[in-house]
Ligand binder design. Structure first.
Ligand SMILES: Nc1ncnc2c1ncn2[C@@H]1O[C@H](COP(=O)(O)OP(=O)(O)OP(=O)(O)O)[C@@H](O)[C@H]1O
Ligand SMILES: [Mg+2]
Length: 113
């Protein structure tokens, strides 16, 4: 099992959520994050011509745990829904999950996802 953490643009949440759900990936978390990528935020020119650097930008983190065999499919769905082709489209992190337990039934592993 893997945890997929996808940092996406806020306006892409509905598209990501809906296309994931349509493929059977229903359970997930959405967390508001602030962060920066390779460009270290953005530079705005304000009135008078001075520039201000906004270091940390608001993004959303979509977090879901999937079966090993579903991992690539979920990644491709997220990319297709979240991508604009411009800088700041986000990033996807994948890490192993050793156990999942459904509290109600005690089921474990992939059956509990
Ligand atoms: N190495 C990283 N570790 C953790 N979070 C990151 C990392 N890189 C980016 N992020 C998070 O992802 C968000 C979006 O990153 P962003 O899409 O700008 O990545 P990038 O590497 O700069 O790619 P691009 O050149 O396409 O902008 C950041 O605001 C930050 O929240
Ligand atoms: Mg960037």
């Amino acid at each position: 099992m893997n945890k997929i953490e996808a940092i996406i643009r806020e306006e892409k949440l509905d598209a990501v959520k809906n296309t994931l759900a349509a493929a059977g990936f229903v359970g997930l978390n959405v967390v508001h994050v602030t962060g920066r990528g390779a460009q270290r935020g953005v530079v705005h020119t304000v009135r008078g011509g001075e520039t201000i650097q906004i270091d940390m930008l608001p993004k959303l983190k979509v977090e879901l745990v999937v079966k090993d065999g579903d991992t690539e499919k979920a990644i491709q769905i997220i990319i297709a829904a979240a991508r604009t082709g411009n800088i700041g489209d986000g990033k996807i992190f994948v890490s192993p999950v050793t156990q999942v337990i459904r509290v109600r039934t005690g089921e474990r592993g992939e059956a509990a996802i």
